[in-house]
Design a protein around this ligand. Structure first.
Ligand code: UDX
Ligand code: UDX
Length: 442
């Protein structure tokens, strides 16, 4: 089937390429000309494992093309996915202006039936607004449908998630839309045997916000428990394991740390709260989730400050700038909180990240970036771990201690075992854990 995707970012590019890989003919549109030119030269605007090969393969097979023209996209396919960003507006609400613009432009250019599918995370009932807009800008009485098909891809594992989703959620209100979307997803459903859930559009839209908010809540919950661990001598890893084995709770998303970041959780929790407030129902539970998340970062900063007393002129090695491993995305990354704070306190920064260095340095030019974690840690007064990259996990502790001026490690991702670190002579502060061990047998 022919498919147009509008918005060729982390979600749109992965989705479009996946559709091409399963045999559809895909046209990816973006209004960022530089991005489209790059893609036409088969250079990737983002890092996602496995994406480059898949883009090249499908481009060369003629199943994947790129353009900046929504007019061309509207003419090309009956089904048009919207995957443009929905960044926070000035009050924290989701900014729907890009989604609205796509709706308007599609309506102005369509000559026959089109199905517009919201893939971007939108607030519930955006479909109603989209329909109203389209009706206003349509010249003739051309039929169209709107549908919702929220995206659950995680950056870093997006390709795997796309081919093996836990479920596919589709919100439709006509047989025609239902049939088109089933046809698009049939190869993935067959291959992965995942559940294909068809529901009304509002439910599909809400499913995405509710899923992301629930996951953020799980992280904030475990972070809150980690604080109690720090006050009582309990160990958060053991507690998380202990509760995670209960099938009703589940093991995943129970890693305590420096708090969640990324382009989704912070923005979606915020937008969900605003929506509740507007509807007259205060989602206080999510307000607390946000507070815990911010507090977790402040708490980590206090740990660093406590160990160094004065931060001015101290050399701090920051390991990890991406919001999580496996991506070059720095949106809402913990490093974007710590780096400005440390600059303000006149610390001297040395920064390392294997992939996100470039994107981070666009926001913070003029800082010192290094190629390996060990180089970054040379003569540092303290190390601050903000992303659990494999290169950090695999650090040789003996060498690390040798290159540091003072062996202080503040670990926001619980990468190392406290007992190990203590044995190696580090002052090691992580999240919800202290060195443990049973007394030696006499
Ligand atoms: C996606 C979803 O769209 C968002 O709703 C979700 O919450 C997070 O994931 P993402 O793909 O990560 O966003 O965003 P980004 O990488 O910024 O991609 C959006 C793309 O849309 C950009 O390439 C941007 O240039 C493009 N865009 C934006 C348009 O083509 N037209 C516009 O009017 C606005
Ligand atoms: C998330 C959702 O998982 C995905 O379904 C949705 O489509 C987009 O938003 P993503 O933002 O790519 O995906 O990353 P995710 O793996 O969910 O991690 C988000 C943040 O939470 C990261 O900063 C990560 O470090 C943090 N996190 C995650 C924790 O602190 N602890 C955990 O146990 C899990």
């Amino acid at each position: 089937m022919k498919i147009t995707i509008v918005g060729t970012g982390y979600v749109g590019l992965v989705t479009g390429t996946t559709f091409a890989e399963i045999g559809h003919e895909v046209l990816c549109i973006d209004n960022d000309e530089k991005k489209i030119q790059k893609l036409m030269r088969l250079e990737m605007p983002i890092y996602e494992e496995g994406l480059e090969d898949m883009v090249k393969r499908n481009f060369n097979a003629g199943r994947l093309r790129f353009s900046t023209s929504i007019k061309e996209g509207t003419e090309f396919a009956t089904v048009i996915f919207i995957a443009v960003g929905t960044p926070p507006g000035y009050k924290g609400e989701a900014n729907m202006s890009y989604v609205e613009r796509v709706g308007r432009e599609v309506a102005e250019n369509m000559k026959s039936y089109r199905l517009l599918v919201e893939k971007s995370t939108v607030i519930v009932n955006t479909n109603q607004q989209l329909k109203r807009t389209m009706n206003k800008y349509l010249e003739d009485d051309i039929p169209f449908d709107v549908a919702s098909n929220p995206e659950f891809l995680r950056e870093g594992t997006a390709i795997k998630d796309a081919f093996h989703p836990d479920r596919i959620v589709v919100g439709v209100e006509s047989q025609r839309a239902s049939k088109l979307l089933r046809e698009i997803y049939e190869p993935i459903v067959k291959k992965s045997n995942c559940e294909y859930l068809e529901m009304n559009i509002a439910s599909a839209e809400l499913t995405k916000h509710a899923a992301n908010s629930f996951l953020a809540m799980k992280i904030s919950f475990i972070n809150a428990v980690s604080r109690i661990c720090e006050m009582t001598g309990a160990d958060i890893k053991q507690v998380a394991h202990g509760i995670g084995l209960d099938g009703r709770i589940g093991k995943s998303f129970l890693y305590a740390g420096v708090g969640y970041g990324g382009s989704c959780f912070p923005k979606d929790v915020d937008a969900f709260i605003r929506m509740g407030d507007e509807l007259g129902y205060s989602l206080n539970v999510l307000k607390e989730v946000q507070k815990i998340n911010i507090n977790q970062r402040e708490h980590m900063m206090r740990k660093l400050q406590h160990e160094l007393w004065v931060l001015e002129d101290k050399v701090i090695a920051v390991l990890g700038l991406a919001f999580k491993p496996g991506t070059d995305d720095v949106r809402e990354s913990p490093a974007l909180y710590f780096v400005p704070q440390l600059i303000e306190r006149k610390a001297k920064l040395r920064l390392w990240d294997p992939i996100a260095k470039e994107k981070f340095s666009e926001l913070h030019p003029g800082l010192s970036y290094f190629d390996t974690p060990l180089e970054c840690c040379q003569e540092a007064d303290a190390v601050l771990i903000l992303t659990e990259w494999p290169e950090v996990k695999e650090l040789n502790l003996k060498k690390l201690k040798e290159v540091l001026k003072v062996p202080i490690v503040i670990d926001g991702r619980n990468v190392f075992e406290p007992t190990d670190m203590q044995k190696h002579g580090f002052i090691y502060k992580c999240v919800g854990r202290e060195p443990v061990g049973l007394p030696d047998k006499k």
